[in-house]
Design a protein around this ligand. Structure first.
Ligand code: FES
Length: 853
């Protein structure tokens, strides 16, 4: 006799049904599987994955539903009022075991030689159902070779056709690199093109594969039960994903993702999943090194720190503390950064300390500090699920901060949100954006103004404006400035872009919760501050939010900690920096006012476009100290090199682009005698006769919390609470900003390309990723290739102050006419000629645009 479901006192938006003889409730729309889980009843599954839409390929989750003759797949069948479901019975046990027997027909019992053994769902299910071998067999199986797709290997012999890999690639990455070829026994996973896999190599497919069919190209040399998992933070970009470092015998054997930790829901990019080889690289610096003549001699900490202390004290005494400059790092911890600036300001008496985000994007950073209080631009990733349109401005979503786009894709999948991309080349983004615009890079400011004008209409009082605009006070002066600034802009930018701007404005106006994502192309622009203010105005006028994507893992934190000229920890104004008149540490170096330099975990020469000039200036210094893990280009100019441990060996915190403070968890012993920079500054300070007495990074963080209010709050509350624009509105500044951009009508604009497979010093020491990173190249649009008679068989020669070097030519239809794309590392402020087929083409880089102000 079926048990009647009780519907009395039912919770709103819930269904009531009978499960295993008990009346239960579940949210309306839940599947039987989800409803059972909601009520603490376990139903076995195999192909189901909570992050993905059900594939319904294995039938292991089947249950009995009264009135239905055959078992019903619980992962796709909704629970409905009055239903009577049985999740466990002898008949179901047999049915589920038979499904496993079917799968095993095509799956060898190779567990002893499979690297997934011990963490294989099929292995577990086989054991759980008491299956002892290949009970059902087929003849004629030939073992097929493993397909090598570089960072990913596919073993068709182990594949159970669950389709998880196909689904995650489509639903979470938006890429659709995989498909299923064939059917029945001949079915297999293949690439959609049938050619070798050419994708983002995020490795999400490996993470969700329930068996050993998809595996990392970096061979895992452990067994699952041999590794200890250390939950920590990825050090490769500002998104700050959580992941596990799986450690075997003191070595990182692999990275694994975990949906239950961090904000990233188990998503990682290629850098996160495969970029760990540097930790154990044989090229790590193991001991302090002191230059003697032209070579570096290994020495010990005591001798070296005494030497550095003596040298710095002497230079301070003879030339003043401000003759010592410091460059901090966007990859050091908050604790490292905080003690570096404290050492400079309190011990050396120098305010000349900075980091590369400030130096390369001074316009942007100054405005960030002054007008947005440094932290108000950031916004919690959780809030992104509320967004209904994401406007990428100068953000290459596939290559910069890749997991950020996973958050956006989730909003697309879950809520039907839209994406619009405005970039200086046809940026790759999947699924295809609602609007895709290619702007003229020098006119980015005008592009944003034109978008504002389109949104407001010809007058700010237009009746079809979004509700939010009516709440803004628009006075006569504001209107006058706006109308003056916008006159003729769309026409000037070009008719094609003008139409695109109208489409973008229309798309934004149809939505109520736009998010404006500001990428590196805005931040590095010579008019970055003005552009950012106008994007903030866009957000204000449309009820939107801004997400400022900082590039490296602690770009936010290093600025919060005051490793920035003119800004103390927490963005308090540094009065001591006034006499520098806005000059940063590199300006002081290039002005010949520096005598010594301390560089912490930053390859200044590799990152600064004026490499040759800086190298020459460093050559003139009396003393240079570099703290780093690898021998970088900057180390070549050092008198002393101090070995730093890497994130996997450290305690401390990073602050991600949301403003979320996240702790590192040391997974392996430090190599050699390497140390964290906060320890080095503590001991250096002690060597100079002072009394820093920090015994742990926690103690340093305690001091940070006491002096930087938001960090103090972070100890008690979720750090994301203070993100976003909620704390204040931007200043409406409409005057044409300085610096004036030099005209580039007759020159190609050389714009840097960011690579998904490269960022920073550490990735240079990950050989598997480096194989995917394109070599030097120059990519031209088809129109320019035709105009200049360039083909992909040609070589191109660059020339700048460093000299000349060659690269390969690419023709890329995504590259805008009038521009040439070059790898980020090849960017040079003095790059002024590109020569192809003996023909010299004038060019200018973004960093060259602001020159001569
Ligand atoms: Fe439901 Fe595979 S888990 S069909």
């Amino acid at each position: 006799m079926p048990i009647k479901a009780k519907t009395k006192n039912k919770t709103k938006n819930a269904v009531t049904f009978t499960l295993d003889g008990k009346s239960v409730e579940a949210p309306t729309g839940a599947t039987i599987l989800e409803a059972a889980g909601h009520n603490g009843v376990h139903i076995p599954t195999l192909c189901y994955h909570p992050k993905l839409k059900p594939m319904s390929s294995c039938r292991v989750c089947s249950v009995e539903v009264e009135g239905v003759d055959a078992p019903v797949m619980s992962c796709v069948t909704p629970a409905v009022d009055g239903m009577n479901v049985t999740s466990k019975s002898p008949a179901l046990d047999k049915f589920r075991a038979d499904m496993i027997r079917f799968i095993l027909v095509n799956h060898p019992l190779d567990c002893p030689v499979c690297e997934r053994s011990g963490e294989c769902l099929l292995q577990d299910s086989t054991y759980d159902f008491g299956i002892t071998g290949h009970e059902w067999k087929t003849d004629g199986h030939i073992k097929e070779p493993v397909v090598d797709w570089g960072l990913i290997r596919y073993d068709v012999n182990l594949c159970i056709m669950c389709e998880r890999c196909v689904s995650i690639c489509r639903e979470v990455q938006g890429i659709t690199a995989y498909k299923i070829d064939g059917s029945g026994n001949g079915a297999r996973i293949n690439t959609v093109t049938g050619k070798p896999l050419d994708c983002d190599f995020c490795g999400q497919c490996i993470a969700v594969c329930p068996v050993g069919a998809l595996a990392s190209g970096i061979i895992f040399t452990g067994r699952s039960w041999e590794v200890e998992k250390f939950e920590t933070i990825c050090p490769h970009c500002g998104v700050g994903c959580s992941y596990n470092l799986d450690v075997k015998k003191g070595m990182v054997a692999r990275v694994t993702s975990d949906e239950s930790i961090g904000h990233n829901n188990g998503n990682l990019c290629s850098r996160g999943r495969f970029g760990y080889e540097f930790i154990q690289s044989s090229e790590r610096i193991l001991t302090p090194l002191v230059k003697e003549g032209s070579r570096y001699v290994k020495t010990d900490w005591d001798t070296t720190l005494a030497l550095v202390a003596r040298k710095l004290a002497g230079i301070k005494m003879n030339h003043g503390g401000s003759s010592i400059i410091g460059i901090g790092s966007e990859v050091s911890t908050n604790e490292d950064a905080y003690l570096m600036q404290k050492f400079f300001r309190e011990v050396l008496g120098s305010a000349n300390i900075d980091n590369m985000s400030n130096i390369l994007a001074p316009e942007f950073c100054s405005r960030l500090f002054e007008n947005f209080d440094g932290v108000n631009c950031v916004s919690s990733f959780d809030e992104l699920s509320n967004g209904d349109i994401f406007v990428y401005i100068g953000f290459d979503g596939s290559n910069e901060n890749p997991v950020m786009s996973n958050h956006v894709r989730k909003a697309i999948m879950d809520n039907g949100a839209e994406v619009a991309v405005a970039f200086s080349k046809k940026a790759f983004f999947l699924p295809p954006p609602k609007v895709r615009l290619v702007y003229d890079y020098p006119k980015l400011y005008k592009f944003v103004i034109a978008l504002l004008k389109e949104i407001l209409g010809s007058t700010p009082d237009s009746p079809d404006l979004p509700e939010s605009v009516n709440s803004i006070e628009i006075d006569a002066e504001w209107r006058h400035n706006f109308e003056n600034a916008c006159g003729g802009i769309v026409k000037e930018i070009g008719p094609d872009l003008g139409s695109g701007i109208a489409d973008l404005a229309a798309a934004i106006k149809k939505k109520s919760k736009p998010f404006y994502i500001i990428g590196q192309e805005v931040q590095r622009h010579p008019q970055a501050a003005a552009i950012t203010v106008q994007i903030a105005n866009l957000a204000k006028l449309t009820g939107g939010r801004i997400v400022v994507l900082r590039e490296y893992c602690n770009t936010q934190g290093v600025n919060d900690m005051g490793v920035a000229s003119g800004a103390l920890p927490g963005y308090k104004k540094d009065g001591a920096a006034k006499r520098n008149e806005g000059r940063n540490a590199i300006d002081i170096l290039l002005g010949g006012m520096a005598k010594a330099m301390v560089v912490m975990e930053e390859d200044v020469l590799a990152r600064h476009p004026e490499r040759a000039t800086i190298k020459d200036a460093m050559g003139e210094l009396d003393f240079t100290v570099v703290i780093d893990s690898f021998f970088t280009d900057t180390c070549e100019e050092a008198d002393v090199i101090l070995p730093a441990c890497v994130a996997a060996e450290k305690t401390g915190t990073f602050t991600n682009v949301e403003g979320r403070v996240q702790s590192l968890n040391p997974a392996v012993e430090r190599v050699g005698v390497s140390r964290s920079p906060w320890e080095i500054f503590t001991e250096l300070e002690n060597n100079m006769g002072n009394e820093f007495s920090y015994g742990s990074s926690d103690e340093v963080f305690g001091e940070i919390a006491g002096s930087v209010q938001p960090y103090g709050n972070a100890l008690a509350t979720a750090f994301a609470d203070y993100g976003g624009l909620a704390g204040g509105s931007p200043v409406l500044t409409w005057a044409e900003p300085e610096p004036i951009i030099k005209p580039v009508e007759d020159a190609l604009m050389a714009l840097p390309d960011r690579s998904l497979f490269a960022l920073g010093v550490n990735i240079k020491h990950c050989p598997s990723l480096r194989r995917l990173d394109p070599a030097s190249y120059a990519a031209f649009g088809p129109a320019d290739a035709k105009k200049f008679g360039i083909s992909e068989d040609d070589d191109v020669e660059f020339s700048d102050a460093r000299g000349k070097w060659k690269a390969a030519v690419r023709i890329d239809e995504g590259v805008a006419t009038g521009t040439v794309r070059i790898p980020q590392e090849m960017e040079s402020a003095t790059l002024n000629k590109i020569t192809v087929n003996g023909k010299a083409l004038d060019c200018v880089t973004p960093s060259g645009l602001g020159k001569g102000r």
